[in-house]
Unconditional design. Sequence first.
Length: 376
Amino acid sequence: MRHEMAAVANEIPFRAFDRDSVNETQVNEALASMLTLPLGSAVAALCAEPELEAWLDVAPGWSEAFLAKLRETVARAFGAREAAALADVHAALFTLYDLHVADGTDPRAVNQFNPLLTQARRVIERAWLGSERERLSVKTGVTDSAAVVSALKAIWSGHRAASHPLFDFLEKDATREQIVAFFRNDSALNIRFFDLLLYALIGSRVEVRRELVQNLWDESGRGNPTLSHVNLFRRLLDVAGVGQSPDNHANQLEVDGHAGYNLFMLTSLNRTHYFMLLGVMAMTELLDPSQYEKLVRGCKRVGFGASGELAYYEEHVTIDIVHAEGWLADVIVPVVEQTPSVGDDILFGAALRMATCEAYYDSLYAKLTALPASHA
């Protein structure tokens, strides 16, 4: 999807303007053509246009036409639950979030805080969260810290995602090629996770910073760059023959993969959803050890494991047990004790993380089992 959007953006003659005197006719024609594109492609083209602010100054009324198209697609996605619209909206949201983690030399960085793109993002986010609040049954009014921790453990242990058949398949039946395909699909979020931990630190309560910094210290290799989790995972990609990709293989993601990634970004970038992020992270720490233990056994079954090849996943088997308990006791408990009212947001974030995980695991399981070994 991302390659397709980039191709569309490159085909449209958006760069043929004199930067000193923007041609109003050309701008209007280009913007009009964008309204005919799928939402994800239109958003990708907008994000990639370095003169976007100048364009919108020339055609101020166009923004309302774009937002009308956006709202119509969003309504089909989260109201009617149309599969194509959901995929289009989550692809667009993924692209909008990319602006906030882009390298400073990326031409798209100039549009990080473009008002129209920010408004578009907020329209999608509000509709998505509103839809999920209606769809998910989450206990509310939990204000005691021990009760919040108990509820988090219950959300995790009682959810199908915590014992998903995907990981039994990877452990016992998957071919080497199917496991390699799993690595490829797992790439975008694994490589982004360091940044997500940093977002959890921003504006954090003083009392929880020790645990958050410990997580970041472990993620960064405890002072040894070669042992940073990003480098360990990149090494595994190289060993497995996947190699590196400028988009960290995000082009592999379909709607459920985008949604899982987007949940992290939504709760990281919006301060008002910070406590949801703490719930999202809690589920991640609880989920990983048992699932990755099965994955590691499956990897060794098909020949991976020599010379520390699986260090990324093996480390999460052991260290995330410690992180999970630390996150609950040293992040969730003090935060809720200070501000009991945030318990609902923590639990909603946790429930939404489990729901997106289940959908992603279902989709990936189906994808892997249908994949011919020679095409993995």
